[in-house]
Design a protein around this ligand. Structure first.
Ligand SMILES: Cc1ncc(COP(=O)(O)O)c(C=O)c1O
Length: 437
């Protein structure tokens, strides 16, 4: 690569914490809809979509128009939590689409990232319950700040750091393919969480909150079974813990319903939202039931609590996702992609599992012949990285995640067409075939 390349310049000046740029060495200069173009003129189908932030893809006309309007009409760009018409319109748009039980609830704007919102939700639950513990799940991803890392599953990210948020316990997520309980993952995980919350001898003091992703994203695309969601709802209610649904990645149509909590039967007390609800610009909120609001004035603050362009882009995105029926579209195209991925994988023994919901899909790649203690083939992160590179060379950007980063993840904009979905599937099939040694 020429020494003046953007990647070279980045390598010399940005922190070694860079991540995506290592696995996806592209220099992007243009985005339109579902595609991005690099500075050499190569076009890619973008199945990363800003890690799910770009529900409507790049430069959707309604989003661009909404941003342009606030730039042109003199709306103040940043007003802390002072009310403005653009903020009011965003709240209207969001409350119109929230799960029924939260429509009479309250919204808190916090710092603009998903991690900011998770922090706020935990603080909120601790305040409302006057308890401190938080129950989270293996494979969870809630962010990279000190408190959210404590809640996150990936050990390697937190082991070097020493004490993080105290009083956090993890239990197994009800995964079906790779679980400490073997093939009985779902029901055993359900019994365990019920026991942990209700048995006086479980060793875990009654927590302030249980936080959960209705479909784990970074943890390798693990949908939560409804029976688990119902058990969580029942036991948190009976034990006075708040149920927090982290819908930062699943939110707004991604999983084939506007909110993945609905599939999972969660009916959460608190929902944590970011990514798509800002229309691609930084914005994060929590919404919660009205009667839990026990914060004192100023108990949670911050400078960037809703910038005008993000509020406008977010409101436009929410309205467009509903108008265009993009949740239903995600369900249909996602189903087509899932079947396509199954078909191109054939009986390749390196494909361990294909799973997901809507347009949040993953393929777990494994090393056939080598098994973990439950008899499931071990994950093969090296193979996933090679498939990711092969797909990039075929014009498709995908992400990896899960144990050993062995899950190839598909997270395209919700506007992806059936034809484009087929192209993604074909590129995956070709990449898989290209990696047969
Ligand atoms: C479920 C979930 N929660 C929280 C976060 C953290 O969001 P952010 O990266 O904006 O801090 C993410 C990011 O991917 C996420 O997927």
């Amino acid at each position: 690569m020429a020494p003046s390349s953007l990647l070279d310049r980045q390598r010399h000046r940005e922190s070694s914490a860079r991540s995506y740029a290592r696995r996806l060495p592209v220099e992007l200069v243009h985005g339109a809809g579902t595609t991005v173009r690099d500075r050499h003129g190569n076009t890619y189908l973008d199945c990363l979509a800003g890690a799910g932030a770009l529900a409507l893809g790049h430069h959707h006309p309604v989003v661009d128009e909404a941003i342009r309007r606030v730039l042109d009409d003199g709306t103040p760009l940043s007003t802390l939590d002072l009310p403005t018409p653009v903020r009011d319109r965003f709240i209207d748009a969001l409350f119109d689409v929230l799960p029924e039980h939260l429509r009479q609830g309250r919204i808190l704007f916090c710092g603009p990232t998903g991690a900011d919102a998770v922090e706020a939700a935990v603080k909120f639950a601790r305040t409302a319950t006057a308890r401190s513990g938080v129950l989270a799940f293996g494979g969870a991803y809630h962010g990279m700040t000190q408190a959210t890392l404590a809640l996150t599953g990936r050990r390697s990210a937190k082991e070097p750091l020493g004490p993080l948020l105290a009083d956090v316990h993890h239990l197994p997520f009800p995964t079906t393919y790779r679980s400490p309980f073997g093939s009985d993952g779902g029901s055993s995980a359900t019994r365990l969480v019920e026991w942990a919350l209700t048995d006086d001898h479980s060793g875990i003091p009654a927590p302030a909150a249980v936080i959960v992703e209705p479909v784990q994203g970074e943890g390798g695309v693990n949908p939560m079974p409804t029976s688990f969601g119902a058990a969580l709802r029942r036991t948190t209610r009976s034990t006075g813990a708040m149920l927090i649904a982290d819908e930062v990645q699943t939110g707004l149509g991604r999983t084939g319903a506007l909110w993945a909590s609905t599939h999972a039967g969660l009916e959460p007390d608190v929902m944590v939202l970011s990514k798509a609800i800002g229309g691609g610009l930084p914005l994060a909120v929590i919404v919660h039931r009205d009667h839990h609001d026990s914060w004192k004035p100023g108990a949670h603050a911050g400078t960037f609590r809703g910038s005008a362009p993000a509020l406008a882009a977010g409101a436009a995105t929410i309205r467009e996702v509903v108008r265009a029926g993009l949740a239903e579209h995600a369900a249909e195209v996602g189903d087509r992609m899932l079947k396509g991925l199954e078909s191109v994988s054939g009986d390749d023994p390196r494909v361990g599992d294909i799973r997901g919901r809507g347009l949040m899909l993953g393929v777990e790649l494994v090393a056939p012949g080598r098994h973990d203690s439950t008899g499931v083939p071990v994950p093969d992160g090296q193979l996933a990285a090679t498939v990711q590179r092969e797909m990039l060379s075929r014009g498709v950007i995908v992400e990896v995640g899960g144990t050993d980063d062995a899950v190839v993840r598909f997270l395209p904009p919700l506007i992806i067409t059936a034809d484009e979905a087929d192209q993604v599937v074909d590129a995956f099939g070709a990449a898989l075939r290209a990696t047969i040694r």
